[in-house]
Design a protein around this ligand. Structure first.
Ligand SMILES: O=C(O)CCC(=O)C(=O)O
Ligand SMILES: [Fe+2]
Length: 365
């Protein structure tokens, strides 16, 4: 039994009845301790580099373990608040329906979101940085900046989400510095990408099912890093360089971290965006809290000269199906327009989404 499985078995034994739907013989995710990130950045960065170089034995994703108590507590309270929200009647949840939001924020009921052309088995609320709405004359991607829709029940949700956004920003800035060091750059080399980070954060509920099928289909995230706290249900899996799915088994005081398309572009594919998917949960359902750490919308990603060979990757869409755009803002718009075609059509009728995902003015076609 590997470390992750052993930790999970201990956790399950402590919790009583929690069992695993599927025992997997696949590899486990690498474990990187948070205290090392704080107190020995160089050692953490060396390990991070090994983990991110997919194809050289790296998985492109990892668990940050031994997180501080206050952060674990905050996440557990947020899981609890999220469960309370998702248990409300649909009409209550739809008071913050995302169809009302030009910025693609708010509650998305089950059946409204697509990944790789398939409808996802989940409901969620999407949040971002709280900002005033921008003038129409600003750059196209500025349309993604604006206010959140805050659920009024439970009343704890708003302050919890705001604290979560703050804590995750601090952790993400530390991880960005470690990633920079792991690439042979100075610690602060990438700080300039994150002057006004375009964060996206979601509370997600995968309703109970009788198993089989996907909760969310295989995809890579469009941003820089994703940090995810999950409950005990499991089901999140990552694709390794051999085309095998590695389960991200839940481990106490730990969160999952994976790289997005911005890092892939920046490193010329040496650190690829990690493809992942979620299996439908069993009878207990699943709640997860993904936090997407993304650059400022106006960042143009300039690939670094690393002199290393990119990994040979399986299971990725062709460039003609998913163009990676150097403008982070346009890459973010691509991803939202594809996942939420109804909001795109309703609030952005002057725009079109091309087959490779690029968003353009209809008048330019
Ligand atoms: O809920 C999860 O475990 C994964 C969610 C995810 O991959 C996403 O929303 O991009
Ligand atoms: Fe994802």
């Amino acid at each position: 039994m590997g470390r992750a499985q052993a930790a999970m078995a201990r956790f399950a034994a402590r919790q009583g009845a929690i069992g695993f739907r599927r025992q997997s013989t696949a590899r486990e995710l690498p474990l990187l301790p948070y205290p090392q990130l704080c107190y020995d950045m160089d050692a953490f960065a060396r390990r991070l580099g090994d983990v991110c170089r997919v194809g050289d034995g790296g998985a492109g994703c990892f668990m940050i373990t031994e997180l501080p108590k206050n952060l674990c507590q905050l996440h557990e309270e947020l899981l609890q608040g999220s469960r309370q929200f998702f248990a409300l009647p649909l009409a209550e949840k739809e008071k913050v329906d995302y169809h009302q939001s030009r910025e693609f924020r708010g509650y998305m009921r089950q059946g409204t979101e697509n990944t790789a052309g398939q409808v996802d088995w989940r409901e969620q609320v999407e949040f971002g940085r709280e900002e005033p709405r921008r003038q129409a004359s600003d750059h196209l991607y500025s349309r993604l900046r604006g206010p959140n829709q805050w659920p009024s029940q439970p009343s704890s949700l708003r302050p919890l989400v705001l604290s979560w956004l703050e804590e995750m920003e601090e952790l993400s800035r530390k991880l960005t510095r470690a990633l920079s060091v792991s690439l042979g750059l100075s610690e602060t080399s990438l700080d300039g990408y994150f002057q006004q980070p375009h964060v996206q954060a979601k509370i997600v509920h995968y309703p109970p099912s009788n198993g089989g099928g996907l909760g969310v289909g295989a995809h890579a995230d469009s941003g820089f890093l994703t940090l995810l706290w999950q409950d005990e249900a499991g089901g999140l899996e990552f694709l390794d360089a051999q085309g095998c799915w590695i389960p991200a088994l839940p481990i106490p005081a730990s969160m999952v971290c994976n790289l997005g398309e911005v890092v892939q572009l920046l490193t010329g594919g040496v650190y690829p965006a990690t493809v992942h998917r979620v299996l439908r949960p069993g009878a207990a359902g699943r709640v997860s809290l993904p936090y997407f750490w993304n650059p400022s919308l106006d960042v143009e990603v300039r690939p670094l000269e690393l002199g290393a060979l990119p990994a040979q990757l399986l299971g990725r869409p062709k460039e003609s199906e998913n163009k990676m755009l150097p403008s982070y803002g346009m890459n973010a718009f691509k991803s939202l327009a594809r996942s939420h075609p109804e909001v795109f059509a309703r609030h952005h009728p002057d725009l079109a989404c091309l087959p490779d995902g690029e968003v353009v003015y209809k008048s330019s076609l």
